[in-house]
Design a binder for this molecule. Structure first.
Ligand code: FPP
Length: 256
């Protein structure tokens, strides 16, 4: 950790990192283990990455833990994932409190088993005042559904007269998304060598830097995460501007 962390510019970290955690099943298959064992090791990676992100000062960490499509997996796997999630929340609450981590969820939470919903609500309530980092799990989440749900809410406001068509700018539309109060992700990481977004944060990823790695999620630990952050720091983020414009902005910002 120490060598890689020394190479990081801590003043230029991404504010918001989003991760598509993929490859638990392949990790298990390569070892002749059950898929559940892969998910258990994956949960261990979640612990390590949350701790590391908090330690180095990332403000928002958003993890894709269960997609809308994942409901189609075998019942036994869905049940195992739900109970792993409940267990994780119970076990990690003290550490979230100690480290000032606020816990949040995005997705269609009403579809989750009641026991999981209760655990989520309790963890969110207990950590609501924490301010160092926001850890968000995307659960029963789908990006297109999120956008449609946002459009429906905006249409309701149009109907009731609290919104006009002209007022519906991209900024205003963003406030109808689950991620209303979050900055857009600066960096998206996807593990396991797949090059897809899989319906994750479709609106929010418009200008996000993408990082793909072959490493399977259960093997994605501290040094792999730091490598991803180092790669991010080598990127030029121009948001559609020219390099000259960016340099001029930097010069004028440094005057104040
Ligand atoms: C993808 O691997 C992973 C998931 C669908 C679930 C993610 C769950 C965890 C990381 C563990 C539990 C989470 C928490 C927050 C405690 P895959 O099963 O699709 O892998 P494969 O593509 O190799 O089959």
């Amino acid at each position: 950790m120490s060598e890689l962390i020394q190479q990081l510019e801590l003043g230029r970290l991404p504010q918001h990192v989003a991760i598509i955690m993929d490859g638990n099943g392949r990790w298990a298959r390569q070892r002749g283990l059950s898929r559940l064992r892969g998910h258990q090791q994956g949960a261990e990676s979640v612990r390590v990455i949350v701790r590391t992100a908090r330690e180095i000062g990332i403000r928002y960490l958003t993890l894709y833990a269960f997609s809308e499509e994942n409901w189609q997996r075998p019942r036994s796997e869905v049940q195992a994932l739900m109970s792993l999630l409940k267990h994780y929340l119970r076990q990690e609450l003290p550490e979230m409190q100690e480290n000032g981590i606020a816990f949040q969820v995005i997705g269609n939470i009403s579809q989750l088993p009641l026991g999981v919903q209760k655990e989520i609500a309790a963890t969110m309530a207990a950590t609501a005042a924490n301010q160092q980092m926001t850890l968000t799990l995307a659960l029963s989440y789908g990006g297109r559904s999120e956008i449609v749900q946002a459009a429906q809410s905006a249409l309701k406001d149009l109907e009731s007269g609290s919104l006009t068509i002209a007022e519906l700018t991209p900024e205003r539309f963003s406030t109808y998304l689950y991620t209303d109060s979050y900055p857009d992700p600066d960096l998206l990481i996807r593990t396991s060598g797949e090059f897809r977004l899989s319906n994750f944060l479709l609106w929010q990823l418009a200008y996000t830097e993408l990082y793909f790695t072959e490493t399977l999620w259960p093997d994605f630990r501290q040094s792999a995460f730091l490598q991803a952050l180092l790669s991010y720091q080598q990127r030029d983020r121009r948001f559609g501007l020219t390099q000259e414009q960016i340099e001029a902005q930097t010069v004028s910002a440094s005057r104040y």
